[in-house]
Ligand binder design. Structure first.
Ligand SMILES: *[C@@H]1O[C@H](CO)[C@@H](O)[C@H](O)[C@H]1NC(C)=O
Length: 217
């Protein structure tokens, strides 16, 4: 075998192994495995239901806008395996996010198990994500446009426009998970010690308490 052939083979082996490491949810081992959400048996995902129908693959919940009259002026409506049991083992899901005009915010958060791609249904948004070297990638996106938030990175969307905005989000996981940065740190149960937050954020105890009181349910 010529040296260049070895090089090619090594590249191919690396590419094939990469395919395993970069994929999100594990590979499926059968056509369908509709989630039995009521089962107490714990597996990686959900156990399969015996009796299934087309309805297990249907969800109508993204048809209408979600209410945005809340603290942040935004609502995410999930279409994950919890709403669509048929998504179990299939490695994808969606959500719809609605934003009130003049500042509706989907606050900084991460999806530990999925990359997200959004498609703007209505309005316009300022969006961004931050890489692990603290570099911000941000821009304005309008109706009909897409933007990608890489798996695990902190990101946000805000509607600075004068009309309501909405996106459809696609995820490379049946259950991407959502961890809001502020809630995780300041509204956990039991609470993170004040000194950790005060020192971590270089703020006083009273600021820690103030943030806690606004975020706590
Ligand atoms: C938001 O609006 C809905 C319907 O208009 C209403 O039922 C609900 O109480 C409102 N929620 C808040 C927090 O104002």
């Amino acid at each position: 075998m010529a040296a260049s052939d070895y090089g090619l083979m090594v590249c191919m082996i690396i590419a094939i192994s990469m395919a395993f490491f970069v994929s999100a949810d594990p590979e499926m081992l059968q056509d369908v495995c509709v989630a039995d959400l009521a089962s107490n048996i714990r597996v990686n995902g959900f156990v399969c239901k015996a009796k299934i129908s087309a309805d297990d693959f249907f969800f109508g919940g993204l048809a209408r806008p979600g209410l945005t009259n809340n603290t942040f002026g935004a609502t995410a409506t999930a279409a994950s395996v919890l709403q669509i049991p048929g998504l179990n083992t299939l490695g994808v899901s969606m959500a719809r996010i609605d934003y009130a005009p003049c500042g509706g915010l989907n606050p900084p958060h991460t999806h530990p198990r999925a990359t997200e791609i959004v498609f703007v249904l209505e309005g316009e948004l300022d969006v961004g994500f931050i890489t692990t070297d603290n570099r911000l990638f941000s821009r304005t996106i309008k109706k009909g446009e897409n933007f990608v938030f890489p798996r695990g990175l902190i990101h946000f969307q805000i509607n600075n426009g004068k009309v309501p905005a909405a996106v459809i989000a696609g995820f490379g996981s049946q259950l991407p998970g959502t961890q809001r940065v502020a809630d995780a740190l300041f509204a956990s149960s039991p609470p993170v010690e004040n000194i950790v937050l005060a020192k971590g954020f270089q703020i006083g105890n009273e600021v820690v308490e103030q943030i806690r009181s606004r975020l706590s349910p």
